[in-house]
Design a protein around this ligand. Structure first.
Ligand code: CP
Ligand code: NVA
Length: 306
């Protein structure tokens, strides 16, 4: 694998399989109480400019379970917040840390950091992408469905960072991706075009959520207003009202369709309370799998596994 995980385009089809295989194996080892310490003596930095529950905790818990430790870096507390450059920060922290997870606004910042850093840089979410989320979601889909190849994944809602990373995934692995987004809220145009050009299976954009979920094995949604878009919340609630994952929509998909949400959820907006709590919802297993997938990524990138 490459040094960094900045986008799912950094991975080959084989890398996807390897990460999921390692995640399953680490999950089993944890369940069986067989501690693994491939990261003993290693330290992971977490530089977060946005809030996080799952990403922060899965990486902090994950590196600890693998024998290493972590340090949480808030921009305000380090000299980056007072104008020290990315290039200088990246080179300095490379002398102390063995890897870093960055959650921030601009994808360019993560890429610039990785250019200068000698240690692995992992994208923990930017405005453009959320690659770690989709890797762990594929683990969940594989567990629930016995595999992901050929499945129809219907993403309903905002064409945001999570949607963009789904498109990147569909460019690398044979899933059928249906996206339903209101006009003006499509995924990134460049990512969509590139994805369609490379995908083995279809990537289709719909305006109708009902059409997108027809034949779906997985219905997936995310918030209508992402971090940094809070002031658009009210406007978006009106624009997205026909893109709610509710019981009526779920009934239009395959009868054994599962419902996924990366969380945090806004119940009553992009997903109803009823669907979140239904037997088809796998959202809490999905959240747990962040831990196992993040451990696989750390083990491969920081532990010297090829
Ligand atoms: N899904 C996800 O990334 O959650 P957090 O924002 O809590 O990290
Ligand atoms: N699209 C959401 C994902 C949160 C995990 C956001 O960026 O806020």
């Amino acid at each position: 694998m490459k040094k960094d995980l900045l986008s799912l385009y950094d991975l080959t089809k084989e890398d996807f399989k390897e990460i999921i295989r390692r995640a399953k194996s680490l999950k089993n080892a944890l369940r069986e109480g067989k501690p693994q310490a491939p990261l003993a003596g290693k330290i992971l930095g977490l530089l977060f400019d946005k809030s996080s529950t799952r990403t922060r905790l899965s990486f902090e818990t994950g590196v600890f379970q693998l024998g290493g430790t972590s340090t949480f870096l808030n921009r305000r507390d380090i000299q980056l917040g007072r104008g020290e450059t990315i290039a200088d920060t990246a080179r300095v922290i490379s002398r102390y840390l063995d890897g870093i997870v960055i959650r921030t606004f601009e994808q360019e910042l993560v890429e610039e950091f990785a250019r200068w850093a000698e240690i692995p840089v992992i994208n923990g979410l930017t405005d453009l992408l959320h690659p770690c989320q989709i890797l762990s979601d594929l683990l969940t889909i594989e567990e629930k469905k016995g595999g992901y190849e050929g499945l129809v994944i219907a993403y309903v809602g905002d064409g945001n960072n999570v949607a963009n990373s789904w498109i990147n995934a569909a460019a690398r692995i044979p899933i059928r991706l249906h996206l339903a987004c209101p006009e003006g809220y499509d995924p990134d145009g460049g990512i969509l075009e590139a994805g369609k050009g490379e995908a083995e299976e279809e990537i289709r954009l719909f305006r109708s959520a009902a059409e997108a979920v027809e034949d779906a094995d997985v219905i997936y949604t995310d918030v209508w207003a992402s971090m940094g878009q809070e002031e658009e919340q009210e406007k978006r609630a009106v624009i997205f009202k026909d893109y709610q994952v509710n019981s009526e929509l779920v009934q239009k998909a395959k009868s054994d369709c599962i419902v996924m949400h990366c969380l945090p959820a806004h119940r009553g907006e992009e997903i109803t309370h009823e669907v979140m709590e239904s037997g088809q919802s796998v959202v809490f297993d999905q959240a747990e799998n962040r831990l196992h997938a993040q451990k696989a990524i750390l083990e491969i990138l920081m532990g010297g596994r090829k």
